[in-house]
Unconditional design. Structure first.
Length: 70
């Protein structure tokens, strides 16, 4: 089937936690993001894992900065 799209996956709280745990175990910055996506057992690729992790880290930085200013 040409042009078939993958089913969209939305991250939830549980999938975010499992993603971050897998990132801690695999160290994708040294070994690559393919190892993280393979170990997740979720229908996501390496690029999506990387982008979601970076988004979560950035959100945490912003919240932390706001709390430190208070």
């Amino acid at each position: 089937m040409i042009g078939a799209r993958k089913k969209q996956f939305r991250f939830g709280v549980e999938s975010d936690i499992s993603l971050l745990r897998q990132v801690l175990c695999e160290n994708p910055f040294a070994n690559g993001w393919d190892t993280v996506s393979a170990g997740l057992m979720l229908p996501v690729d390496a690029r999506r894992c990387r982008e979601r992790t970076m988004l979560l880290i950035e959100q945490h930085r912003k919240e932390n900065t706001i709390n430190l200013k208070k």
